[in-house]
Design a binder for this molecule. Structure first.
Ligand code: 5GP
Length: 298
């Protein structure tokens, strides 16, 4: 077989120019979704209506990743659920895939702002401090009060920081379906999120914050996929160790157990939609609260 003749020089130059222009056009489309000037739904529909458009040549993963609040892990899961391969472009989707993608984007677009935020992160990163700051300074945000089987620390108030319950009472709550999620944390006590106050608050249009551990965050993702999962990071690992040891409320064995847990927890950060570094409590709190005001699809 003889090799195909090279296209004339002028064609190649024109093709290269066209490719650059097309890349620029796709970048502009992605930016418009990222800065919320266009919805992902609008982009997809433009692509479907005009196969020659920049929108049509955009990869579906790129489109979804441009949506603020959709992290790469979530996008990967979504692509899986929608049964769309990574390389597919918007214009190249089959009709069933289009229906599924449209359905997903419509729900997001027409739907509610993401009012439920889950704040997780490694032990001693300062989740408690950030959520306490939010409780004090953003009183309209409902901070979920968890039930726990551990006993109160000095200064902790039943019904404010936790509902301190017996093992029997915790069992009863599980059996009665009163918990949105629950987990055994640090291999010792059980902690769970009471569901009714959350449902009521969301139904009333309030914003809700859950400050729970990683296992709990994963369970909430399953139960309420619309929740935004935030991972609070320490400025550095050394700083995390310093905070962990510095707290001084646990004995050495407990501290090393928590250090181990923290290592495992840090490794899970990429599962989260958003990462917030806890340099400064008020700043981190503001970042978390601002996420809740964000409409989910724009
Ligand atoms: P502490 O005993 O220091 O107050 O909390 C220990 C851990 O339990 C923290 O990582 C905290 O985020 C987590 N936690 C608190 N409440 C809940 C909850 O309702 N569910 C889950 N899964 N974890 C919780």
């Amino acid at each position: 077989m003889s090799p195909r003749p090279a296209p004339p020089e002028v064609d190649r130059v024109a093709a290269a120019k066209a490719a650059v222009a097309a890349r620029r056009a796709r970048a502009a489309v992605k930016n418009s979704v990222a800065d919320r000037s266009r919805t992902a739904l609008d982009v997809a529909e433009t692509g479907w209506n005009d196969p020659a458009s920049a929108e049509a040549t955009l990869r579906v993963t790129e489109l979804l990743t441009s949506i603020p609040t959709l992290g790469p892990t979530r996008v990967a899961k979504l692509m899986d659920t929608l049964a769309i391969s990574d390389r597919k472009r918007v214009g190249g989707l089959g009709s069933r895939q289009r229906v599924k993608l449209r359905e997903y984007l419509v729900t997001r677009a027409g739907g509610e702002p993401a009012r439920l935020v889950v704040l997780a992160g490694p032990t001693a990163v300062g989740k408690g401090t950030v959520s306490a700051y939010i409780r004090e300074n953003y009183p309209d945000v409902l901070l979920s009060v968890s039930a726990t089987t551990r006993s109160p620390r000095p200064g902790e108030v039943d019904g404010v920081h936790y509902y301190f319950v017996s093992d029997e009472e915790f069992d009863r709550k599980i059996a009665a379906g009163e918990l949105l999620e629950w987990a055994t944390v640090h291999n010792s006590y059980r902690y769970g999120t009471p569901r009714p106050p959350i449902d009521e608050a969301l139904a009333a249009g309030r914003r809700v914050l859950l400050e729970i551990d990683l296992q709990g965050a994963r369970l909430v993702r399953q139960a309420m996929p619309e929740a935004i999962l935030v991972f609070l990071l320490p400025p550095t690992w050394e700083e995390l160790v310093r905070r962990l040891i510095g707290r001084g409320t646990e004995d050495a064995a407990e501290q090393s157990r928590r250090l181990e847990t923290a290592k495992v927890e840090m490794a899970a950060q990429d599962e989260f939609d958003v990462k917030v570094v806890n340099h400064d409590v008020s700043e981190a709190a503001r970042e978390v609260v601002e996420l809740m005001a964000v409409p989910i699809s724009h």
